[in-house]
Design a protein around this ligand. Structure first.
Ligand code: BES
Ligand code: ZN
Ligand code: ZN
Length: 482
């Protein structure tokens, strides 16, 4: 769980403090000795952005980042990243508590530091038989009373908890996370919130003739699931629901079109990153009690070869009755998502967004600094998504959504085939999904950001939990616009 966040009435003299400044002058408000003051002054004069005053019984950290020519979004990201410089120093002292002191008067800086510190304190240590005692994680984080409204604090805590849940799900290997286990975790976390979870089992999926999910699952020894999450509070501002669909491939070997192990197949435990983003963002929205009606659909299975596995050349009939020629069993995400996108129709949504670790092509195109977005929904919706993305620094770059990419997915012996050309592979995958929609649609390919090979500031190595803050902020923005 995230560090305990509490609101002290006052800052005690022996507490570790992280002070946020926007100008050097604000340092005068710190309670420091004359020599410490002189030291801070000289450091700030040298434009040092992070200062550590190491007293005998406590540490005072100062973060002073000049906004200069940075955009507001880039500046706040610098605050997120700059704030975490104190964590290794606290670890050295085996300290687990810190109080934030916001001398800048800018609430955005406070919440940015909160986000950076909490996200950088995440640990996935359930499989370590000996905890790393020499490097204790932050356990308590104080935000003095009055610095942030209770509602704002609740919002950030909700988003951060949602991100921790998503990271836990993504880091869990297949040995601990089958489709059935994942659905159970959804149910467990939703308990206590106004978030309904219905899990359809293999029998139900078969009765509904969800041919895409059943085909991908054929080689597996574990059954698939289809989870339906619904958050419908009284007084929701939207009359038609907003739909989120997440790819829940709990492990992608590629199936008979087996992935080469040299391509880091181990990372394919994060192929349910879209599912984690959908669940984590819905958890955040429900836990912050936003007045919005949101439905999340999560088709899930692993994709592997087996005696009965689907094979290249197979023609399958999807949930909506259309046929697909499977030319590559590694293009499986689009098959399970297509069934879910057809199932969306019964909700008559205002719009639907899918999020998935869908193609290596998205990663090739933009690396791990953002997600690829596309769609046919009104431009203003994509713009709001991008604005939300800039704000939380889970950025989205829009790709074209031209019909020619969809033409690549037409087959001569079935309605569609499941692969297009190599070039623009992220887009043809998106266009394939569009065939199964009849409502305003947005699609995010998060393949590049799902798994990080090395720490990048507060974004830690491993499953990133990305997409949660993006989607939660997007939904919050939309709810405020209504
Ligand atoms: N899960 C992969 C995509 C992926 C790649 C996610 C790298 C995260 C990191 C997806 O199912 C896949 O294998 N896609 C194929 C599609 C191709 C066969 C058309 C790919 O991108 O190579
Ligand atoms: Zn695949
Ligand atoms: Zn996949």
């Amino acid at each position: 769980m995230i560090p305990k966040i509490y609101s002290p009435q006052e800052i005690l003299p022996d507490q570790n403090i992280l002070a946020l400044l926007s100008t050097p002058k604000q340092a005068e408000k710190l309670k420091l000795s004359t020599t410490e003051k002189a030291y801070v002054e000289s450091q700030l004069k040298d434009e040092k952005e992070f200062i550590h005053i190491n007293s005998y019984f406590k540490s005072t950290f100062i973060v002073c980042i000049p906004q200069k020519k940075l955009s507001r979004d880039a500046f706040l990201e610098k605050v997120r990243k700059g704030s975490i410089s104190c964590l290794p120093l606290l670890q050295e002292k085996k300290a687990t508590e810190l109080v934030l002191q916001n001398l800048s008067g800018d609430a955005g800086q406070l919440t940015a530091a909160l986000e950076g510190l909490v996200l950088a304190s995440y640990r996935f240590d359930k499989y370590l038989t000996e905890k790393k005692k020499d490097k204790p994680a932050l356990e308590r984080l104080g935000i003095p009373k009055g610095d942030l409204s209770a509602q704002e604090l609740r919002w950030y805590i909700s988003m951060l908890k949602g991100t921790y849940i998503a990271r836990d799900l993504m880091n869990e290997p297949l040995s601990g996370l089958t489709a059935v286990q994942m659905a159970k975790i959804f149910t467990k976390h939703a308990a206590g919130l106004d978030l309904q979870v219905e899990v359809m089992n293999k029998q139900k999926i078969a009765a509904l003739k969800m041919g895409g999910i059943l085909a991908v699952n054929k080689g597996s020894i574990d059954p698939p699931t289809f989870s339906i999450l619904e958050y419908k509070p009284e007084g929701a501002v939207n009359s038609k629901p907003w739909l989120l669909v997440g790819k829940g491939i709990v492990y992608d070997t590629g199936g008979l079109s087996l992935k080469p192990t040299k391509d880091s197949m181990d990372q394919m435990k994060v192929d349910m990153g879209g599912a984690a983003a959908v669940f984590g963002s819905m958890y955040a929205v429900a836990s912050a009690r936003l007045p919005v009606h949101v439905v999340g659909l999560i088709p899930a299975t692993d994709n592997r070869p087996g005696g009965n596995a689907y094979v290249p050349g197979d023609i399958i009939t999807m949930y909506n009755g259309k046929t697909v020629e499977v030319l590559n069993t590694d293009a499986e995400g689009r098959l399970i998502l297509a069934d879910a996108l057809s199932y969306v129709r019964r909700y008559d949504p205002e719009w639907t967004l899918s999020i998935a670790t869908l193609t290596g092509s998205a990663e090739m195109a933009i690396g791990h600094y953002g997600m690829v977005g596309m769609g046919n929904a009104p431009k203003s919706l994509m713009q709001k998504l991008q604005k939300a993305g800039d704000e939380v620094y889970e950025r989205v770059v829009e790709f074209p959504f031209w019909d020619e990419y969809g033409d690549e997915m037409k087959s001569h012996i079935a309605d569609y085939k499941n692969i297009g050309q190599r070039g623009g592979g992220a887009i043809s995958a998106g266009k394939f999904l569009e065939f199964f929609t009849d409502y305003p649609y947005l699609h995010l390919d998060m393949a590049g950001v799902a798994f990080l090979a090395a720490d990048d500031g507060y974004r830690l190595k491993g499953g990133s939990g990305m997409g949660v803050r993006l989607l939660a902020s997007f939904i919050r923005r939309l709810s405020e616009d209504k």
